[in-house]
Ligand binder design. Sequence first.
Ligand SMILES: [Ca+2]
Ligand SMILES: [Ca+2]
Length: 622
Amino acid sequence: MDSLRRVFLFVLGLLFVKSSYLEQLVKKEWWETALVYQIWPRGFQDSDGDGEGDLKGIISHLDYLQDLGINTIWLNPIYSSPLIDSGYDISNYIDINPLFGNLQHFDELVNEAHKRDLKVILDIVPNHSSDQHQWFRLSSKNIPPYNNYYIWADGSRDGKGNRIPPNNWVSTYSDEGGSAWTWHDTREQWYYHKFHKSQPDLNLRNENVLQELQNVFKFWLMRNVDGFRINAVSYLYEDEHLRDEPNVGNGTYTSGLPENTALVYMFRSYINEWVETNNSTSKLLIAEVYGSDNVLISFYGNDTHEGIPPFNFRFITSVRNTSTAAHIKNVLEDWFEKLPNNASTNWVLSNHDHSRAASRIGLNRVDGLHMLSLLLPGQAFTYYGEEIAMLDRKMLWNETIDQMGCVKTKDTYANYSRDPARTPMQWNSSTSGGFSTSKTTYLPIHPNYLQRNVEAQKKEIQSNLNTYKLLAALRRNEVFTHGDYEFATLNNDRIFILKRFLENNPTYIVVVNLGLREEKVNLTSLYPNLKDSLQIIVASSNAVHVTEMISPQNILLTANAALVLKAKEIPWSTTTSGTNATTASPPAITTEKNSATASSSMLQLIISTSVVVMLFELSPFV
Ligand SMILES: [Ca+2]
Ligand SMILES: [Ca+2]
C-alpha cells in the first residue's frame, strides 16, 4: 500500500507541476507576443486626393490590417509639425497635423481599431521639439519658465571676432562635421540640436520639461492608446559641462549617457502608475536605442527598476544578402545569450530608417525572413509594404525630401536619404497604386506597383502576402507564443533551421534555403526520431514542389525557398516515447536560454523515468 500512496502523491505532484505550467502559459502580457505593423502616415493611404496619406486613409484599411493578422499598429509621428524631419520635428505634442486630420479622426481611428482587436501605439519624441513649438518661441525670448527648456550656451569669438560655437559637437543632419549648435539672434546664444537645426534638443535636466513630457504621455493615454515607441533614446542627455568630444563626432559626451536609461525607467514607472490608477490594460513600450550590447540590455531594467525593452535591430544591422546559415545562427544566439532571464525580445526586419528588406537582403529571401522574424519568440515588427515585399525606389536629387539627404550634396545624398523606403503603399494597379486619386504624391510611387500590389497578391495562391498572412495566423499558436526554440544549420551552411516546440504540441520546423541553388535537405540527420511525414504548413511564394505532406529525409528547396513544417511532437528520447509521462513536464519559457532548455529536458527525463519506475512498481497491485 505504501507504493500506492507513493504513486498517489506522485500523481498529485504531477498535477501541481501541470497547473503551475498552465499558469506560466497564461502569464504573458499581450504586448510580449504582439505583431506590430508600422505605418508611415504620409505613405499609407490618402483619403482626400492631396497626395498625402492621412488618418482617414488608415481607418479605411483597418479591415485589411485585421485580415492580415497583425494585432498592433504603430504610427510614426502624426502631431503638428512643419514636417522638416518627416514629423519628428513636433510643434505641438498634443494635436494632430492637419495634413493627417484632427483629434476626432484620431479618436475614431483608435475606436475603430479597438473594435477589430487592433491596438494602437504612438511615436514619442522626448529628445527635441520643432523650433516652431511654443516652448522654443518663448525660450528664445528668455521668458520664464521656458528660458531653461532647451540647451542654450554662450560660445566665444575667434581672433577676427567671428562667433565660435560652445564646443565641437556635431549634428547628424549637416554637411560633414557641421556643428550641432546654431546661433539665435533674439536670445543671443547658441542652442544645441543633435539633428536638424529646426529641432532644438530639450533640456531634460529641467524638471518642468519632464513634467511636460509626462503630460504628453497622459494626454494620449487618456485617448486610449496602447503604448509608445520612444524615439532617439541614445541622444536624450548630453554632458552637463558641454566638454569637447576627444574625437569629433564619436559621441563620447552626446550619446549613450547613463541618464538616458534612468529617464526611460522613469517613463516606465509613470506609465505603469497611470495604468494602475486608471485600471487600464498594460502598455507596449519600446525604446529606439543604439549602442553596445551592455547599454541595450540596461534598458530592460534592474532589480529596483522596470525598464523599457530596446529594439533589437540585428536583422537590419547584421543580416546581409550574403549571410550564411551559421552567421544568422550566431547573430540570433548571441542576442538570446545576452537577454536577461525572462526578458521578452522583438525582431525588426526593416523600418523607416533603412533600405527595405527586399532590396537589402533579397526579394527572394523576404518570405524566409518573415518565417524567422514572425516565428521566433517575442514581438515582431513589420514595416508597411513589407508583406508584399515592396522594393526601394531610387530617388532623384530633386525628388528627395528627407533632410538626411537634403543637407548633403547631389553627389552624396543617395547614401543618406531614407526616401527610397518611404514611398506610397502599393494597393492596386490604378492611379498612384490606389494610394491616392492624385497622380502627384508626396514621394513618387515605385513604378513596379502595376505588378506588385496588394490586390494582385491577394489573387495569387503563392504570394508574399498570402505567405505573410499564414505566418501571422500561425504565430498566435501557443507553440510560438510560449514554446522553446532551437537553431541548426545543414547542407554546408546553406540551410537554416528554426525548431519551435512545446510539450503536448506538434513541433514546427522552419527550413530556409539561403543558397542560390536547389538543396535537398534530410532533417533526420538532425532529428533521428523524426519518423513520419511532415505537413507543409507554410511555403514561401517561390517554393515549388509544394505538396501537403513531405518526407523528412527528402525535402527539396529551390534557391532561397523556405518552408514551415509541422511534425508530431518530437520525443526527447526513446525512454519517454509512447508514455503519458511527457504531459507532466513543465515547458521551458520562451525567453530561456539554451542551457535552460537542456535543464528542462533533463527534468523531463527524470520525471518520465520516475513514472515508468512507479508504474512498474504499481503493476503487481493493479
Ligand atoms: Ca490626404
Ligand atoms: Ca538630447
